[in-house]
Design a protein around this ligand. Structure first.
Ligand SMILES: Cc1cc2nc3c(=O)[nH]c(=O)nc-3n(C[C@H](O)[C@H](O)[C@H](O)COP(=O)(O)OP(=O)(O)OC[C@H]3O[C@@H](n4cnc5c(N)ncnc54)[C@H](O)[C@@H]3O)c2cc1C
Length: 445
C-alpha cells in the first residue's frame, strides 16, 4: 500500500472527563451509567443517531433469561434488569421463561429509554460521533480522538472504555488482536409488516429462492411487543465478508437490504400474504469480528462446567451457540444436551457432551466469567468490553449475547471508577472489589 503524510495539526480539546466511552450499545451505555452513578464525569461517543447498537439500530430485539436454567433464581440484575422493568412498564417488552426468547422488546422504545437513562445519569452523550484514535503517553491513554459535525477533536479523560463491538479503540492502541478460524457470519435484520405464521419461510426459500437470488438459508422471526402486525425478521446470513473492514461491511449492509426486498417479493408471489418491509436496520447485525488479548481467555470448558470465581463479574445461562459458514448451527447446553443442525433443512444430530466427557454429578445452573477477562496488559487506564472479548470459540458462542455483554459493560464502568478512585491501574485494581461494587449497585453476583 502507498501512503501520504497527513500534515500535523492542533486538535482542540473539546471535553475533559473522568471516563470516556467509545460506542453506545447497552454495553457502552451501562458502562457509562455505572461509572456516573459512582460519581464519575462521563463522555460517551456513538457513531449512530441512537444508543443501543445491535439491539436498536440493528433491530435484534431479544434478551435472554435473567434467571438460572431452572428459572428459580435470578442470576442477572443490574441495569439489564432495570431496563427490562422500564420496557415492561411501558408495554414495550414481554418476559417469559424461555431459553431462546425470554425477553422480547420494541427496539424503538429501547432507544428512547436509553436516552432517558443517560440524561438521568448526567452523561454527556455525543451521537453521530466516531472515535478515530487515541493519544498515549508512558503506558497511559491521555486522550481519545473523535470526529463529528464539530470536526476533529479530543476528549481528555482519566480512563477509556472501548465498547465499539469491533474494538476500534483497541485496534488504534495496537493491542494484540486475533480472529477465530471461523467467524460467525452477520445477519442484517429488518421489520416486516404482516405475519408469516403457518408458513415455513425456509422451505419457500428452498423451493423458489433461486428465482429471487436468495440462497438456501434459515433464521428466525418474532413479534415487536406493543407494535401490532410488525415482526423482526432475521432470515439470512451473509457469508464470507469481514464486518471489520469498510468494504466488507458495506457489502453486508447492501446485501441485507437486497435480500429483505427479495424475500418480500417471494412471499407475495408464492403465498396469499400481502407483507411489506416496514423498516430496514441502520446497522447490520454483526455476530463477530476481531478479539483482543487480555490476561484471561474465557474458555468453553470452564464455562460449560460452571467454574466459579471470586472476582466474577458476569453470570449467564445462554447456551454455546455457534453458526458455521456452511449454515451449520451447533448448540451446547449446561445440562449436557447438544445439537448440531446442518443446512437449511436443519437435519439434526443430538448428543450429550457431559456423558461424552465422562462428567457426573449435578450440572451447573449458570456460568460465570472473572474480571480478568477485561484486563489487558499494555495500558494502565483502558478496558475493551463487548463482542471483541477474549474468548475461545465455544465460550464466545455463549458469551456474545447482550445480557452477558451488558454485564461486562457494567463491570468496565465500575472498574474505571475504582481505578480513578484508588489511583490504581486496571492491572492492579481488585476484581473482588469490582464485584462488590457491582453487587452494591444491583448486580446478582
Ligand atoms: C441476527 C443476530 C441475532 C442475534 N440474536 C441475539 C439475541 O437474540 N439476543 C442477544 O442477546 N444477542 C443476540 N445477538 C448477539 C448480539 O446482538 C451482539 O453480540 C451484541 O449486540 C454485541 O454487542 P456490543 O455492545 O459488543 O456491540 P454492538 O451492539 O455492535 O455495539 C457497538 C456500538 O458501538 C458503535 N460504534 C462502533 N464503532 C464506533 C466508533 N469507532 N466510534 C463510536 N461508536 C462506534 C456502534 O454504532 C454500536 O452502537 C445476535 C446477533 C445477531 C447478528
Amino acid at each position: 500500500m502507498e501512503y501520504i503524510r497527513e500534515p500535523e495539526k492542533q486538535i482542540p480539546v473539546r471535553y475533559d472527563a473522568d471516563v470516556f466511552v467509545a460506542g453506545g450499545s447497552c454495553t457502552g451505555v451501562f458502562a457509562a451509567v455505572r461509572a456516573a452513578r459512582l460519581g464519575a464525569r462521563v463522555v460517551l461517543a456513538e457513531r449512530q443517531n441512537c444508543l443501543g447498537g445491535t439491539a436498536t439500530a440493528g433491530l435484534v430485539n431479544v434478551w435472554h433469561s435473567l434467571k438460572d436454567t431452572d428459572y428459580k433464581e435470578q442470576i442477572i440484575g443490574g441495569l439489564t434488569d432495570e431496563m427490562v422493568g422500564r420496557l415492561v412498564k411501558s408495554g414495550a417488552a414481554i418476559v417469559q421463561d424461555d431459553p431462546s426468547l425470554a425477553i422480547q422488546f420494541d427496539p424503538n422504545r429501547l432507544q428512547y429509554e436509553l436516552d432517558c437513562l443517560v440524561r438521568e445519569s448526567r452523561i454527556r452523550v455525543l451521537l453521530h460521533t466516531v472515535c478515530v484514535g487515541a493519544v498515549t503517553e508512558d503506558g497511559r491513554i491521555s486522550a481519545a480522538l473523535i470526529e463529528n459535525k464539530d470536526g476533529r477533536g479530543a476528549v481528555r479523560a482519566g480512563f477509556f472504555i472501548d465498547a465499539t463491538g469491533d474494538g476500534d479503540l483497541a485496534r488504534y492502541l495496537g493491542i494484540r488482536r486475533y480472529r477465530h478460524p471461523v467467524i460467525q457470519p452477520p445477519t442484517p435484520c429488518f421489520l416486516l409488516r404482516g405475519s408469516t405464521d403457518g408458513i415455513r419461510v425456509e422451505n419457500l426459500i428452498r423451493s423458489h429462492g433461486q428465482e429471487f437470488g436468495i440462497p438456501d438459508d434459515f433464521g428466525w422471526y418474532g413479534p415487536v411487543p406493543g407494535v401490532p402486525d410488525i415482526y423482526l425478521r432475521a432470515d439470512f446470513h451473509v457469508l464470507g465478508e469481514d464486518c471489520a473492514s469498510a468494504e466488507g461491511l458495506t457489502r453486508v449492509e447492501m446485501e441485507g437490504r437486497r435480500k429483505a426486498y427479495a424475500l418480500v417479493d417471494l412471499i407475495r408471489r408464492y403465498t396469499d400474504r400481502q407483507v411489506s418491509v416496514a423498516a430496514l436496520s441502520s446497522l447490520a447485525g454483526i455476530r463477530e469480528s476481531a478479539h483482543y488479548e487480555t490476561v484471561y481467555q474465557a474458555n468453553g470448558d470452564e464455562l460449560l462446567t460452571g467454574a466459579r470465581y471470586e472476582d466474577a463479574v458476569l453470570n449467564g445461562t445462554y447456551r454455546v451457540d455457534m453458526h458455521d459458514l456452511d449454515g451449520t448451527v451447533t448448540f451446547k447446553y449446561l445440562d449436557g444436551s447438544a445439537i448440531r443442525m446442518v443446512g437449511a433443512e436443519r437435519q439434526s444430530v443430538e448428543w450429550n457432551w457431559r456423558e461424552q466427557a465422562g462428567l457426573t454429578g449435578e450440572p451447573a445452573r449458570y456460568y460465570q466469567v472473572p474480571f480478568r477477562v477485561l484486563v489487558q496488559e499494555r495500558y494502565a487506564n483502558f478496558i475493551a468490553a463487548g463482542r471483541m472479548l477474549n474468548a475461545d470459540v465455544q465460550a464466545f458462542g455463549a458469551l456474545r449475547v447482550m445480557v452477558n455483554l451488558n454485564q461486562l459493560g457494567e463491570a468496565a464502568g465500575v472498574a474505571a471508577f475504582q481505578c480513578l478512585h484508588t489511583g490504581q491501574t486496571v492491572q492492579q485494581v481488585s476484581g473482588v472489589e469490582v464485584r462488590n461494587l457491582l453487587r452494591a449497585g444491583g448486580s446478582c453476583l
